[in-house]
Ligand binder design. Structure first.
Ligand code: ZN
Length: 346
């Protein structure tokens, strides 16, 4: 079937084209798209045509934060029917690999992830997806909230990686979209103190509205350490969730953690190697946890939003009809410091 889709040809050459999509296989569903959020990674491909070793060599449909309506089901699919409203988890491991057996399917090197070359994304009227990665949305959730399951999943996974729980004292570096979802999930997990480092006014205000107990408005390491001691009565934080990708934030994290604390790194650094104080990490017995996308988070994201324990709506700061997907991308690119989530809608 022929559908219209937002296709990236090369940096800044992005527009709506007609493309051919296949019929759903026995274990797949055909989805009519309803909402797609623009992610930092989409903007990265749009501006540079690549992220690290992933390079856009062939025209690529962008978009991976998606909700829609089931339009057709494959012959083996029993848990979904036509008309169901669903959120789509973008990463599908291929087959029962060792990683899948161990419950670490997000780490499977053969995973197929929307809008990661050569796998197409979801800026399209319709697309095909593995039915096991389509999750029914309850009545009280909007399609936008369905699309927000994706960034929220990153927060859920990081919160789990850091063992954030009742009374945890957490520092989050950066209040961009990923810092903010981490703030929401840390709060939902019961964190006692949540301090957010953010110097940008709009983002600091947003962090306050999302439940930050403290805002540290400086990037200066000595200043951050001083404020961290004040905030925690000299004890230090239990967990630092690094969402900025700034080397200095990673280095400061080691200094503000209490012995036995946990470093959770979500942001990717632009420099290949970041010098870290390994002696301090060893002597303080810190735990280092990486976060690569997420696993087993979609049902949790849906429950947290449906029960009202997490509200992602304030994070959606701009909406575009999907025909204006190029304008939406330009907006996400040019207004990166003032927009949190730009959403496109069908
Ligand atoms: Zn995303």
């Amino acid at each position: 079937m022929r559908v219209k889709a937002g296709v990236l040809e090369k940096p800044f050459v992005f527009g709506i084209k007609e493309v051919e999509i296949p019929e759903p296989g026995p274990n797949e569903v055909l989805i009519k798209t309803k909402a797609v959020g623009i992610c930092g990674s989409d903007v990265h491909y749009y501006v540079e045509g690549r992220i690290g070793s992933y390079i856009v060599n062939e025209p690529l449909i962008l978009g991976h934060e998606t909700s829609g309506v089931v339009a057709r089901v494959g012959s083996n699919v029993t848990h979904l029917k036509e008309g169901d409203r669903v959120a789509l988890e973008p990463g599908v491991p291929c087959g029962c690999t060792d990683f899948v057996k161990r419950g670490l399917y997000n780490l499977c090197p053969s995973i197929k992830f929307f809008a990661t070359p050569p796998v197409h994304g979801t800026f399209a009227e319709y697309f095909i997806h593995d039915a096991n990665f389509a999750f029914k949305l309850p009545e009280n959730l909007t399609f936008e909230e369905g699309a927000m399951c994706e960034p929220l999943s990153v927060g859920i996974h990081a919160t789990r990686q850091g063992n954030v729980g009742l009374g945890s004292r957490v520092m989050i570096t950066g209040a961009g979209p990923i810092g903010l979802v981490n703030l929401l999930t840390s709060k939902a997990a019961g964190a006692g103190i949540i301090a957010v480092i953010e110097t940008h006014k709009n983002r600091a205000t947003m962090a306050r509205e999302c439940g930050a107990t403290h805002i540290i408005e400086t990037f200066d390491s000595a200043q951050i350490q001083k404020q961290a001691l004040d905030i925690t009565d000299g004890a230090g934080f239990d967990v630092v969730i690094e969402c900025s990708g700034a080397a200095s934030a990673a280095q400061t994290a080691v200094k503000v953690l209490k012995p036995g604390g946990t470093l959770v790194f979500v942001g990717l650094f632009s420099q290949a190697e970041v010098p870290m104080d390994l002696n301090a990490i060893t002597q303080k017995e810190l735990t280092y946890k990486g976060v690569f996308r997420y696993r087993n988070t979609y049902p949790t994201a849906i429950d947290l939003m449906a029960s009202g324990r997490i509200n992602v709506k304030p994070l959606i700061t701009k909406r575009f009809p999907w025909e204006k997907v190029k304008d939406a991308m330009d907006c996400a690119h040019k207004e990166a410091s003032s927009q949190i989530k730009v959403m496109t809608e069908w």
